[in-house]
Design a protein around this ligand. Structure first.
Ligand code: CUA
Length: 327
């Protein structure tokens, strides 16, 4: 049955095609290092698909090249080819073999997806906010927000992707996974980093003029460093909140008119002449219609040519009390 099959020429063509294809696969560095559990599985699946496709590609191409070379029409030959009635065995083989292969691929792909998205009980929740053109990361359990994503090695991270304006796409090549951030919905990604280091976060969806610079970083650190980082960041947030609460209390406390006059002379009278009784560079203050709150806000933030922050804390409360006494 196989007496007429030209094994030798087919083998020679097959080896050449296989060498050229494998050369392309091996000589070019197609993929980044796989630095997450998900990337290891996905990249292995990808190479499995590649090498098995190569087998089919080599068989089909070898037969094709051989047939084109062997049975090409001679010069001046205008005859029709001989009538062929088909080959049942061949047709069954070329249907059944690819079908089995596709089932194998489907099952393998399902297993990879299922493992990549299996939820760990101790997973770390991080909210990812994308907007033109930057990334911010919220840690709901710690109540902090950062511009760099910091995650511990070896622990699953659940990224809740959200967009504040248009569609963006969160992509860390080394993690082997990317996901769209779409306005109005939360899209989840699960990543378990396996190697410490700093990786780029890239926006992989055209989102406007700044798309190409919409980059950030993810730092994968040890579990210990991560806990220390969270503790520091949380303490920082608490200290800032406490400081601004304390400052607000001082500012709004009842002020002392005499002490306020001293502050006024030092900081304000250069522009508000004669203790505010006359216009200088700045307007006259006596007769102002500003309320206490408006006065305080204006001294804090400035207005027009007047700079903000001339008086803070107790000084601010005192100077407001003084202005109140003359207005
Ligand atoms: Cu955001 Cu592209």
């Amino acid at each position: 049955m196989y007496k007429n099959v030209p094994f030798l020429p087919l083998a020679v063509i097959g080896i050449i095609v296989a060498a050229l294809t494998a050369g392309q696969a091996l000589l070019i560095d197609w993929l980044p290092p796989a630095d997450s559990e998900q990337a290891e599985r996905t990249f292995t699946l990808l190479w499995f698909l590649f090498w098995s496709s190569l087998i089919f590609f080599v068989i089909v191409t070898a037969v094709l090249v051989y047939a084109v070379w062997k049975w090409r029409a001679k010069d001046g030959d205008l005859e029709d080819g001989p009538p062929i009635h088909g080959n049942t065995t061949l047709e069954v083989v070329w249907t059944v073999v690819p079908s089995i292969f596709l089932i194998v691929v489907a099952v393998y792909g399902y297993i990879v997806l299922d493992r990549n998205e299996a939820l760990a009980a101790d997973r770390l929740n991080v909210d990812v906010y994308a907007q033109q053109f930057n990334w911010t990361y919220g840690y709901p359990d710690a109540g902090i927000e950062t511009g760099t994503l910091v995650v511990p090695e070896g622990r699953q991270v659940q990224l809740n992707l959200r967009a504040r304006d248009v569609i963006h796409d969160f992509w860390v090549p080394e993690f082997g996974i990317k996901g769209d951030a779409v306005p109005g919905i939360t899209h989840k990604l699960w990543i378990t980093p396996t190697k410490q280091g700093t990786y780029p976060v890239i926006c992989a969806e055209l989102c406007g003029v700044g798309h190409s610079v919409m980059r950030s970083q993810v730092k994968v650190v040890s579990a210990k460093e991560y806990s220390a980082w969270i503790a520091r960041a949380t303490a920082g947030v608490k200290a800032t909140a406490a400081a601004s609460a304390a400052a607000a209390t001082l500012e709004t406390a009842p002020g002392d008119v005499a002490a306020g006059k001293v502050v006024f002379e030092a900081k304000c009278s250069g522009c508000h002449a004669e203790l505010g009784a006359k216009a200088g560079v700045g307007p006259k203050i006596v007769g102002t219609k500003l309320t206490t709150d408006e006065l305080r806000t204006q001294i804090k933030n400035g207005k027009g040519a007047m700079p903000g922050g001339l008086a803070t804390g107790t000084d601010l409360a005192n100077v407001v009390a003084f202005v109140e006494s003359i207005k």
